[in-house]
Write a protein that binds this ligand. Structure first.
Ligand code: GAF
Length: 380
């Protein structure tokens, strides 16, 4: 439920022309594979960002939010990455990227209700950008196919916000469907909806937000990306997607640096795990899915080095209390872990993670039992 339309009415004295919603996502498996042309397997969350919006003809972008007192009034024809601070960057960046792509988005009045926890690794910023993109294009009568819209939002993120992220999050928000995980090939753009009805299979997906805030414009993410590109260059392939899993040790022995070798090993093995997870989901073999999640976490912790003490603790305590498998999810350096838990163990697992965090003196984590929900849409 969103209060965006009421807040719009209160702030502007008229009703919005419409309300658009775009979800956050959890990536079940396939991390840091997107910018290596590989595979990902996200699903959309019920937690979403809502935008109540109307078109205006004076070329002004007027934005406010239910969560933050910041407001911004900007001219759409003067948007530049240097001129905008805070969360409004994501709104301005989306309009800027649409215009850069040749779509004549004009003025808009927007009221944002962002209910995806910020900095939680559940992609709150992409939920915002996707909701704004849908509102902006529809109100200005522009038809943009969703794969192209995802690339435009990536440009907003890379060229305006300044985070060198890939295509996973905006694709998940725009293209996931209710009751499915999205098996997405980041090179070809092929998308398969894989049914995943956790309750019918007797399991729950538990998200643990460690409340360690993460950001992707602070260096660690960019460094990983550069190391992957270096590995591909040294191996003479267009992207790490092209490195076969067979004979991996011999192939990687050709790399000049051990850190780069471990980064590459994560990406190649993670791609293989995504494909295996899809097969295991289709076979309803949840033990195998759990095993793959565990292996993915080890790979991110030891080879890609993007986990942190809180994420490791969330994963280990969930595993110890009976989860079938668990891993950190998203870009890393904080944010959330995801665990696959037999339904009769959900309380035990939640309590074990909570107690382990209390024991270490960490902030109390947030818990969400999640299920695959609908992708971005117009709601009113
Ligand atoms: C972040 C990025 F935005 C994605 O593009 C992706 O690389 C992810 O980290 C890691 O899989 O969410």
């Amino acid at each position: 439920m969103s209060g965006a339309a009421d807040a719009y009415q209160q702030a502007h004295g008229t009703a919005p022309e419409g309300v658009w919603a775009a979800p956050g996502r959890v990536n079940l498996i396939g991390e840091h594979t997107d910018y290596n042309d590989g595979f990902v397997l996200p699903f959309a969350l019920e937690q979403s960002c809502w935008v109540a919006a109307a078109r205006r003809d004076d070329g002004v972008l007027d934005v406010r939010s239910l969560q933050d007192p910041q407001t911004a009034q900007l001219r759409v024809d003067e948007l530049s990455p240097e001129g905008v601070e805070g969360w409004a960057r994501y709104v301005a960046g989306t309009v800027w990227a649409l215009r850069e792509a040749g779509y004549a988005v004009g003025g808009l009045t927007l009221v944002v209700d962002g209910q995806v926890p910020l900095g939680s690794g559940l992609s709150s910023s992409h939920a915002l950008q996707c909701a704004v993109a849908l509102a902006a294009t529809e109100l200005h009568g522009l038809e943009v196919e969703r794969p192209e819209l995802a690339r435009i939002i990536q440009r907003s993120e890379n060229g305006f916000v300044g985070a060198p992220t890939g295509i996973l999050d905006q694709t998940a928000s725009l293209r996931c469907t209710d009751g499915h995980v999205l098996f997405y090939d980041c090179r070809s753009g092929d998308a398969e909806q894989v049914p995943f009805d956790a309750p019918a299979l007797g399991v729950r997906v538990l998200v643990v937000n460690t409340r360690v805030q993460h950001a992707h414009d602070d260096g660690g993410y960019a460094e990983r990306r550069a190391q992957c590109e270096q590995a591909a260059r040294e191996l003479g392939v267009p992207a790490l997607r092209d490195v076969p899993a067979e004979g991996l040790d011999e192939t990687l022995a050709r790399l000049s640096d051990d850190v780069v070798r471990r980064r590459a090993r994560h990406v190649v093995t993670e791609d293989a795990r995504v494909v295996e997870t899809v097969a295991a989901l289709r076979a309803e073999d949840l033990e195998e899915v759990g095993r793959l999640l565990d292996a993915s976490h080890v790979s991110m912790r030891d080879d890609f080095e993007i986990s942190c003490a809180e994420l490791d603790l969330a994963v280990e305590s969930a595993q110890g209390a009976g989860a079938l498998g668990a891993r950190m999810t998203g870009g890393g350096f904080g944010g959330s872990a995801v665990a696959l838990v037999p339904e009769e163990r959900i309380e035990q697992v939640t309590e074990a993670v909570r107690a382990a965090f209390a024991d270490k003196g960490y902030l109390e984590p947030e818990f969400f039992v999640v299920r695959p929900a609908a992708g971005a849409r117009r709601e009113a």
